[in-house]
Design a protein around this ligand. Sequence first.
Ligand code: S3P
Length: 162
Amino acid sequence: MIVLVGFMGAGKTTVGRLLAAKLGLPFADSDQVLEQHAGRPIPRIFAEDGEPAFRDLEHAVIAGLLAGPDTVLALGGGAASHPVTRSLLGSVPVVYLRVGFAEAMSRVGGDKGRPMLARPNVQSVYEDRQALYASVATITVDTDARLPDEIVLDVLTALDGP
Ligand code: S3P
């Protein structure tokens, strides 16, 4: 099991798919699994049930995925804000893909499929989360101005250890 965390636009899905292919593991994305479980897209869940209900469901989905089978697992950008999810992440390798705020916005800004981007305080959400990602990370890789293949190589090197 290898978990990827980071803000929206960090490249968790893109890098996760490439990493999974390199490692011969299946890839899973908590957002996708959650939408399948809920039978609704994320913006509708936010609009109809609210963010707290979304966070509860997200936690349950991630707990299920972490129970196995082994995957390369990309988490939604807000998953690390759930304290019980954070404690579950204590027992697995966690890759934090770090992205600057401006770069994140240039990659995903305006995407209607990501309701958190519509928050007026999105920059403070970003800032508050940096310490949370760092607190669960076993490996941190910077992604600004870098290609997915380069990032995957860094992750593989770090996973191999010193
Ligand atoms: C969210 C990030 C999204 C998704 C949801 C909420 C967030 O995932 O889980 O829209 O709170 O940052 P990505 O990071 O994959 O875009």
